[in-house]
Structure formats: structure tokens, C-alpha cells
Design a protein around this ligand. Structure first.
Ligand code: UDP
Length: 490
């Protein structure tokens, strides 16, 4: 107990700021949190990442590289994942859930991490915690110790605002039974969506529970940059009423190290050198990159249409197929040999997006993927499936004007519940984004411009750089005030 108190006291009384980062166990949450921790560490913050043992192999290489490159400030803390949960042994990440039916079980189990979290918190007594929006209970644990909690949602201001409007005004409840489309009320732009593209009342309730602690928390850190969505950065602060700091695109912190750009968590299913060699062999601005993130799945029929659509389009492509449902038929691989690189498993996405041969990205509209594409200055073919992806699609297509939709209508994580997107539609959307017509060029010009703005935003003096400085300064002031009130324990 005494050792513990001394440790507590020394953390609180040390000169530098200490922050504990606790991401939800999914690639789309862990990867940006690691980047975020690195960005804070570069600014002199002592950062600790908290996760569970099965996620350690994803986190350790990143920390080793970051620390090796001169920021020896990031450390890792592991807490055991609850046992006897009904989840398969070692299933501690949403990307390794074997069936979608276990998805909600995963969410049920996660709050059981609270006791372990409390222990770590009492031992480290950091100056601040940055915890995932899916861990609302971390607010209570931190509040008991007087530690400010920052929430990380891992998505855009835009989707946070749309989500707020949907929960605030409940537009589905007053929508006439025969109406298919609706305008999301109370937003800076007219955003129209199909009823079927919204999560529905039941799922809304499920997600709403995670937001209860948002307004009590110290604030929200957002992986975005002001110039990308200024109306929504303001709306979120002024209308939704959250204190927020925009500090992204955080993935740009890796542009100094090629290794980080390549390896983002899992071991890549294709050798980095082989991938580079293949991309180098293609002309500048000719390749379509196709990837749907870390958790999405498709039916065999849909994968077949995708294969046919990509074959029918005139462009070289890199296609990341996570699903083992896909069995290439009728000599497909032979026919596209040399023109199509098929990656079965995890791809070095950052490396691919930033290669000069890549001209466009077909994406499921996960926020990290969108931001990574925006940072690389690329236009998008949008193919949302669930989560906040349909909201992000509207930002990309309607507000930013850098995307073409394949026209997905059904919000669902279950592949069998979706309508089939035919090869012809896939080919047409790809051609539209990759083409040389006036609209395609204009789209590309806008995307390139956003890419340049993104880089400026995280550079010294840029909007995200400054907002991160503001946050660090504020937390330092808070720390000094706490130190003045609590003399060190001997
Ligand atoms: N990613 C990757 N290789 C892959 C698939 C995904 O490196 O084969 C990375 C991608 O760069 C992004 C993250 O995993 O940083 C996926 O996050 P996103 O929000 O796009 O989608 P999610 O997986 O959460 O649906």
C-alpha cells in the first residue's frame, strides 16, 4: 500500500503530463489510439496504452518502433480479458469474433474490465485518461479519483452531429410509414438519407447508452481536422454542446517512418517489398485500391460480382479479400494476372494509399480509411455497410464532393440481408472515380487539395497541431492546480 502511494504521489508530482489511453478492442479504434499516443508522446507526454493480452501483439511492434525513433515515452499495460464469457478463448478483438451473433456478447463482456481498469488507474494515477466511447464506465472510475476523462469516438464530427440529430429529434418516429427517405433535421446542410440506411430505433438505443457519459466527461478528442468539416466542428461544439479538440489526421504521424506506414497491427498478408514492386510496375495514377476495413464481410455471391466488376473495369486494382467465402471461379485469377493484385488477409493500407500509382479507393467508409484516403489526396468509391459508415458516405459524397456511391441501401452487418450490388454498377462507379471526365478531374482536384490541407493541419502551427497544444496546455494547468493542492506523500 505504501509503495503504491509513493508511486501515485510521484506520478502526480512529476513534471511531465501523464496520459492513459484505453482503446476499444478493434483495429479501427486501436490503430488511431496508438497514433494519438505517439503524437502526445512527441510533445513530451508520458503515454501509457492499456489493452488485453491477445491485443498485445498488435500494439507492441508499434510501441517498439515509436520508442526506437526517439520518443521513449510510450509504455504498455495489460489487463486480463474476462474469462468464462461464452466467447472463444483468445477472442479479445471484434475482428476475431467468429460469428456476428457474438458481437453483442462482446459488448456485454467488456464492462467486466472495470475492476482491472480501476486498479491500473489507482496505481498510475495519470493526469488524464483518453478512453473509448464504448467504455462509458471509465468516466465513473476516473471521476472517483478526480482524473479528467477524454472520450474518443474514432469517427468524424459529421457523423457525431448526425448521430446527435437522430437521437435528439427522432425523425424515424414521425416519418410516414410509406416514406422511404428523410432529411436529417437541424444540421448545417440538407442531408437526405434512406430510412433503410439508418440503424433503426433498437440499435439507436443500444448505441445511445454509450453516449450518456459523454456530456459529463471532460471533453472529446476527435481524429479529424477543422478544414475538412468546419461547419460540423462548430455544430458539434456549439449545438451538440461538447468541448472538443480536433487533432487529426493522426495517422499522418507515421509518414516519418515507412515501417509504420506499412505495418498497422497485423502481419501483412503480402510482403511489403512484393507489394511495392507490384505498385511500382504500374503507371502513376492508374490503380484502384479496394478494401473494406477490419470487420466487414460479404456473401460469396457479392464477392463474385465484385470480382466481375473489377475485371470489367479497365484499371489495375489491388483487392483486399478478408473473407474465406470467396472462391475464384472460371480462371478469374489467370485473367487478371498482372492487372489485379489480390491480397487475402491484412494489407499494408497506408503504404498502398500513399503510392503514386494509386488513383482511387473503394471503401466501406470506416472513418480511419476515409481520413487515410483524404490524407493521401484520393477520391473514393463509397460502399457503406453499417456502424456510422452511411453517415460518413454523405460527408464524402454530398458535402466534400470527393466520392461516388455504389448505392448501398441497407444498413446491416449481416451480409445475407443486403441487396446485391451488381458487377455493372461496381464497374460504373469505379470508372466514374478513376475516369478523366470533367467531374472526375474536379473530384480529384478537391481530394488533392484536402490532402494538402490535412498535412498542413498536423504540421507545426496547423489547426490540429494548435488544438493539441491547447489541450496539452489546459491539462498542464490542471495538473499544476492539482499539485498545488496535494503535497507529495512520503
Ligand atoms: N487496415 C489495414 N489493412 C487492412 C484493413 C484495414 O491496414 O487490410 C487499417 C486501415 O488502414 C484503418 C483500419 O485498419 O486504419 C480500419 O479502420 P476503419 O475505420 O477504416 O474501418 P473498421 O475496420 O473500423 O471498420
Amino acid at each position: 500500500r505504501k509503495t503504491c502511494l509513493v508511486a501515485m504521489s510521484s506520478e502526480r508530482h512529476s513534471g511531465s503530463l501523464s496520459m492513459l489511453f484505453f482503446p476499444f478492442m478493434g483495429q479501427g479504434h486501436i490503430l488511431p489510439t496508438l497514433d494519438m499516443a505517439k503524437l502526445f508522446a512527441v510533445r513530451g507526454v508520458k503515454a501509457t496504452i492499456l489493452t488485453t493480452p491477445a491485443n498485445a501483439p498488435l500494439v507492441q511492434p508499434f510501441i517498439a518502433r515509436a520508442n526506437g525513433s526517439g520518443y521513449p515515452m510510450i509504455s504498455l499495460r495489460l489487463i486480463p480479458f474476462p474469462s468464462g464469457t461464452g466467447l472463444p478463448e483468445g477472442c479479445e478483438n471484434v475482428s476475431s469474433i467468429p460469428s456476428l451473433d457474438l458481437f453483442f456478447k462482446f459488448f456485454d463482456v467488456v464492462p467486466r474490465l472495470r475492476e482491472q481498469f480501476d486498479w491500473v488507474l489507482r496505481e498510475l494515477l495519470p493526469d488524464c485518461v483518453v478512453t473509448d466511447a464504448f467504455f462509458p464506465w471509465t468516466y465513473d472510475a476516473a471521476a472517483e479519483l478526480g482524473i479528467p476523462r477524454l472520450v474518443f469516438h474514432g469517427t468524424s464530427f459529421f457523423s457525431l452531429c448526425l448521430n446527435d440529430s437522430v437521437l435528439r429529434y427522432r425523425p424515424l418516429e414521425s416519418l410516414p410509414a410509406d416514406a422511404e427517405a428523410l432529411v436529417i433535421p437541424g444540421l448545417p446542410h440538407r442531408i437526405e438519407m434512406l430510412r433503410s440506411q439508418l440503424p433503426g430505433v433498437e440499435l439507436e438505443e443500444f448505441f445511445a447508452q454509450f453516449r450518456v457519459s459523454d456530456s459529463k466527461s471532460y471533453g472529446v478528442v476527435v481524429n479529424s481536422f477543422y478544414e475538412l468539416e468546419p461547419d460540423y466542428a462548430r455544430h458539434y461544439r456549439e449545438v451538440v454542446g461538447r468541448r472538443a479538440w480536433h487533432i487529426g489526421p493522426v495517422a499522418l504521424c507515421n509518414s516519418d517512418t515507412n515501417a509504420d506506414e506499412s505495418a498497422r497491427g497485423y502481419e501483412d498478408a503480402v510482403g511489403r517489398d512484393d507489394c511495392l514492386k507490384w505498385l511500382d510496375s504500374k503507371s502513376a495514377g492508374s490503380v484502384l485500391y479496394v478494401c473494406f476495413g477490419s470487420v466487414s464481410d460479404f456473401t460469396a455471391a457479392q464477392l463474385r460480382e465484385m470480382a466481375l466488376g473489377l475485371e470489367a473495369s479497365s484499371h489495375p486494382f489491388v483487392w483486399v479479400v478478408r473473407s474465406d467465402r470467396w472462391v475464384p471461379e472460371g480462371g478469374f485469377e489467370e485473367r487478371v494476372r498482372g492487372r489485379g493484385l489480390i491480397i487475402r488477409g491484412w494489407a499494408p493500407q497506408m503504404l498502398i494509399l500513399n503510392h503514386a500509382s494509386v488513383r482511387g479507393f473503394m471503401t466501406h467508409c470506416g472513418w480511419n480509411s476515409i481520413l487515410e484516403a483524404v490524407s493521401a489526396g484520393l477520391p473514393l468509391v463509397t460502399w457503406p455497410l453499417f456502424a456510422e459508415q452511411f453517415y460518413n458516405e454523405r460527408l464524402v459524397v454530398d458535402v466534400l464532393g470527393i466520392g461516388v456511391s455504389v448505392g448501398m441501401k441497407e444498413y446491416t452487418a449481416y451480409p445475407e440481408e443486403r441487396g446485391l450490388v451488381e458487377a455493372e454498377t461496381i464497374k460504373n462507379a469505379a470508372e466514374e472515380v478513376m475516369g478523366s471526365g470533367e467531374e472526375a478531374q474536379e473530384r480529384r482536384r478537391r481530394a488533392r487539395e484536402l490532402g494538402e490541407t490535412a498535412r498542413r493541419a498536423v504540421g507545426k502551427g496547423g489547426s490540429s497541431y494548435k488544438d493539441m497544444s491547447n489541450l496539452i496546455e489546459e491539462l498542464m494547468e490542471k495538473k499544476s492546480a492539482v499539485q498545488a493542492q496535494t503535497p507529495p506523500t512520503i
